[in-house]
Write a new protein. Structure first.
Length: 144
């Protein structure tokens, strides 16, 4: 997440061992929750693959993570993928960086998404409420 800092974003890490996300990034709409993932696993030529799973190898529940920051280590490329882009049941994702038909190509080095550009309305309000402890839903900053 040093690259986010280099882009003048404010990055913080939740206190404690068992947070549901790795870092928080201040945005226009509050704080976005980012889960950082990486892979070196290469399959079928230039395709990279990784599992995107939460604790106990279960899918992340909606509302626990806003973005995934995914690093393809061998080629040093980052993808900033919104939770919604993965789908509810998608635990394994694949990247084909050299393909024109790559599903996640629009998220390559898309650091501006973490600034909250386009993040408005109820989702942003919920994030702010959760972060500051004013929401009525559980927060990873407090034990459940």
């Amino acid at each position: 997440m040093m690259l986010a800092l280099e882009r003048d974003m404010k990055v913080s890490r939740p206190f404690g061992v068992a947070g549901r996300y790795d870092v928080g990034v201040e945005s226009e709409g509050g704080v976005v929750r980012v889960q950082v993932k990486s892979t070196i696993f290469r399959r079928r030529g230039d395709c990279y693959s990784l599992n995107v799973m939460g604790p106990k190898r279960k899918p992340y529940a909606p509302g626990t993570v806003d973005f995934f920051a995914i690093l393809l280590i061998p080629i040093d490329e980052w993808y900033i993928v919104p939770f919604e882009a993965l789908g509810k049941k998608n635990c394994s994702i694949h990247f084909t960086p050299k393909s024109k038909r790559q599903k996640y190509g629009r998220y390559r080095e898309a650091w501006e998404l973490l600034r909250g550009v386009g993040v408005r309305g109820r989702a942003a309000e919920r994030r702010v409420g959760l972060w500051w402890g004013t929401g009525n839903q559980g927060s990873s900053l407090r034990p459940e």
